[in-house]
Design a protein around this ligand. Structure first.
Ligand SMILES: *[C@@H]1O[C@H](CO)[C@@H](O)[C@H](O)[C@H]1NC(C)=O
Ligand SMILES: *[C@@H]1O[C@H](CO)[C@@H](O)[C@H](O)[C@H]1NC(C)=O
Ligand SMILES: *[C@@H]1O[C@H](CO)[C@@H](O)[C@H](O)[C@H]1NC(C)=O
Ligand SMILES: *[C@@H]1O[C@H](CO)[C@@H](O)[C@H](O)[C@H]1NC(C)=O
Ligand SMILES: *[C@@H]1O[C@H](CO)[C@@H](O)[C@H](O)[C@H]1NC(C)=O
Ligand SMILES: *[C@@H]1O[C@H](CO)[C@@H](O)[C@H](O)[C@H]1NC(C)=O
Ligand SMILES: *[C@@H]1O[C@H](CO)[C@@H](O)[C@H](O)[C@H]1NC(C)=O
Ligand SMILES: *[C@@H]1O[C@H](CO)[C@@H](O)[C@H](O)[C@H]1NC(C)=O
Ligand SMILES: *[C@@H]1O[C@H](CO)[C@@H](O)[C@H](O)[C@H]1NC(C)=O
Ligand SMILES: *[C@@H]1O[C@H](CO)[C@@H](O)[C@H](O)[C@H]1NC(C)=O
Ligand SMILES: CC(=O)N[C@H]1CO[C@H](CO)[C@@H](O)[C@@H]1O
Length: 578
């Protein structure tokens, strides 16, 4: 496991040690009385072909004089070399291995492969994992973005299966949360790709040009992120970066010089637990026999090759050491193990998921062995163990965990914040994401404040509409870009960013343009002692008096020419009116 190509990955090395530690703990407990667990570890070098080699070996017949796989139609009576497999890390590798293990239904429990396809139990019937599917991670990210009031964001992903799946899944979740994607930049998967520099520069141009985007989601593997960030620092880019589980806890990335200038990093990592026993294990590592642990040996060699460098540089040196450089140094193998260095590089989520994988298998074996003598290696077949494993329930940090119908363990995620503490970037735990409730849980008030402080960063396409206004989507294809217009008469809106204004009940209410509420229509009665009422009364009284006076004058002087003339006038005007 530890190598990716010619490089030594401390992270995967630590996962290997975590597995050994968990097995030793079980062997040293009363859980499986009388039975001890053994193991074999293979390095896949993150390559499918190499992993297949190991997988074929797992399928070979138990206790045969030489490794040979028997090809049969019915494997119910066949006992393979191993009862269960833990791994691999990379989903791509896991999928291929799983296809092969399916042949004999050998249970496979992965501690890190989170690809959504692996939930498909028709294609991967013997696969289980102690981490959730990526589906939940993209949902959690979209939720965090929505809660922080951002809706105009960028994405950078690697142009491989992982990046494309993540992008697609995130796109769906973003839409459901009213978050729009301003740009997607795909970077080549292989660092040797000659277009990589051009593509990275193109991505930076886009980032600099689109100033309204201040939040960028990054779905990449650690070594890609390293490259990207080193260049981003040179270009003075300062943003909020949302990290996927692959790099959110990467100490290596957090140690890049001047990383602070990049802005804020918020990430998602698999839920961690109490791994204090593993810390103790690392501290006593030097006392362990090393002869049959090739990886520990390799690590020691690397340490001696890097003996000249300062502690801060150690990570780079070890990851950068090639086989050739080892050849020269192999003689001087008398370094201390630097367990501080190992402890500092722990990504707790992965350690926790690895230990859970071992524990579930151990508990399933205990279930299996209740009614038979498991000292006999033929006592049960792997497919029987698989059935028990699917139903196993264990307690982890006082919570019961188990595999769901899709073989996933929905432990949740930790939300990490890269925080500057005493001038150093430290990766701190800010919240926990609960998959079932689709919500965040905070350990204390301070963390909660950190979380809601993210709101101070602005990443929106448009200014928000005030109450009294509503959105009017402009010609842009994104629903997140709009203008604000005032609510028309008899309409109102009482919240920010409303899609439309509410209508007032027009029988009883009214409102002017730009309203945040409706006003009641009132019927006004005049009061007897109101001066206005009195004035009206006096005026109308005067009117009546005048009419009476004029009528009296007319009747009295009916025969005079003046009245006659005016009478003729009245008739004439009547005629006109008709
Ligand atoms: C095994 O467990 C005992 C106590 O239960 C403890 O004293 C001992 O150190 C453990 N050994 C290892 C190798 O963990
Ligand atoms: C394994 O094979 C050896 C001989 O090759 C045999 O003596 C031993 O009993 C076998 N073990 C089991 C568990 O069958
Ligand atoms: C496979 O073999 C077992 C035991 O030998 C037998 O019970 C079972 O029916 C066989 N299955 C098929 C599909 O032939
Ligand atoms: C990176 O992420 C992909 C998809 O989630 C996963 O399959 C792979 O195992 C991850 N690799 C590491 C080293 O975390
Ligand atoms: C973690 O577990 C150890 C023993 O397994 C225990 O002593 C310690 O208190 C636990 N820590 C927390 C934070 O629960
Ligand atoms: C890694 O090694 C190469 C060549 O051996 C060297 O050019 C490069 O600077 C090294 N990188 C680091 C981070 O040490
Ligand atoms: C380690 O090797 C150096 C020389 O390479 C030697 O001086 C030193 O004594 C050795 N230390 C131990 C603990 O053996
Ligand atoms: C806004 O108005 C709606 C409909 O009249 C009402 O249901 C809602 O409670 C109001 N909200 C606020 C914050 O006043
Ligand atoms: C009140 O609103 C209804 C539609 O909701 C409309 O048909 C009606 O003409 C309006 N009445 C007045 C007096 O504006
Ligand atoms: C709309 O109302 C807000 C307050 O409710 C006020 O500040 C603003 O000036 C008004 N705009 C117009 C054009 O009336
Ligand atoms: C593989 C392994 O670690 N086996 C050990 C399990 O625990 C017992 C008792 O502690 C040891 O004797 C085994 O070597």
């Amino acid at each position: 496991m530890p190598g990716r190509g010619i490089f030594f990955e401390i992270q995967v090395f630590l996962q290997t040690l975590a597995m050994i530690h968990a097995i030793e703990m079980i062997n040293n407990s009363t859980l499986l009385s009388g039975i001890t667990l053994g193991y074999e570890i293979y390095d896949t070098c993150a390559e499918v072909t190499k992993a297949m080699g190991a997988a074929v070996r797992f399928l070979s017949k138990f206790n045969a004089s030489k490794d040979e796989v028997e090809f049969k139609c019915n494997y119910s009576d066949y006992t393979p070399r191993v009862k269960a497999v833990i791994g691999a890390s990379y989903s791509e590798v896991t999928m291929s291995v799983s296809r092969l293990l399916n042949l004999q239904l050998i249970p496979q429990v992965s501690q890190a492969s989170s690809s959504e396809i692996l939930s498909d139990k028709i294609r991967f019937p013997s696969f289980l994992r102690t981490v959730p599917s990526d589906l939940y991670q993209t949902r959690a990210m979209a939720r965090l973005i929505h809660m922080s009031g951002w809706n105009w964001i960028g994405i950078i992903a690697t142009d491989d299966d992982y990046g494309r799946f993540a992008l697609e899944s995130f796109g769906i979740q973003a839409m459901a949360n009213n978050v729009c994607i301003a740009y997607k930049e795909m970077l080549p998967a292989f660092l040797s790709d000659s277009t990589i520099n051009a593509k990275v520069n193109q991505a930076f141009e886009k980032i600099i040009e689109e100033t309204r985007v201040n939040v960028i989601v990054v779905f990449m593997r650690q070594f890609h992120v390293m490259r990207l960030f080193q260049k981003a620092i040179e270009r003075n880019i300062n943003k909020v970066w949302i990290a996927s589980d692959n790099w959110s806890a990467a100490v290596k990335v957090s140690m890049i010089p001047y990383i602070k200038r990049l802005g804020t990093v918020v990430g998602f990592a698999f839920k961690s637990g109490n791994i204090s026993t593993f810390h103790d294990f690392l501290k006593t590592l030097h006392a362990k026999p090393m002869e049959n642990n090739k990886f520990l040996n390799e690590y020691m060699l690397l340490l001696s090759a890097c003996a000249h460098v300062k502690d801060q540089e150690l990570n780079n040196c070890i990851s950068n050491c090639t086989q050739e450089s080892l050849m020269y140094k192999a003689g001087e193998n008398n370094q201390t193990l630097k367990d501080d260095f190992l402890i500092a590089n722990i990504e707790p989520g992965f350690i926790h998921s690895t230990m859970l994988a071992v524990q579930t298998i151990a508990y399933a074996i205990r279930e299996q062995c209740q009614d038979r003598n498991c000292k006999n290696p033929f006592a049960f077949a792997p497919w029987e163990l698989l059935e028990k494993l699917k139903k196993v329930k264990i307690t982890d940090s006082e919570k019961e965990v188990h595999f769901d119908a899709k073989g996933d363990m929905n432990t949740g995620y930790d939300v990490l914040l890269w925080k500057e503490i005493n001038g150093q970037i430290e990766i701190t735990n800010m919240a926990e994401y609960d998959l079932q409730k689709d919500d965040f849980i905070f350990p204390d008030e301070e963390k909660k404040t950190d979380f809601f402080n993210l709101k101070k960063f602005w990443s929106k396409c448009s200014q928000e509409c005030r109450p009294g206004q509503m959105k009017k989507v402009t010609a842009s294809p994104h629903t997140c870009c709009y203008e604000c217009v005032y609510c028309p008469e008899n309409h109102y809106s009482n919240q920010t960013d409303m899609d439309h204004c509410y209508l007032c009940n027009n029988k009883t209410h009214w409102s002017p343009v730009n309203s945040t509420r409706c006003h009641k229509k009132t019927v006004q009665y005049l009061n007897w002692n109101d001066w206005f009422a009195v004035l009206l009364l006096i005026l109308s009284g005067l009117g009546v008096v005048l009419i009476v006076m004029i009528s009296t004058i007319f009747t009295r002087y009916l025969d005079t020419p003046v009245v006659k003339a005016s009478e003729a006038d009245i008739f004439r005007s009547k005629w006109v009116a008709y």
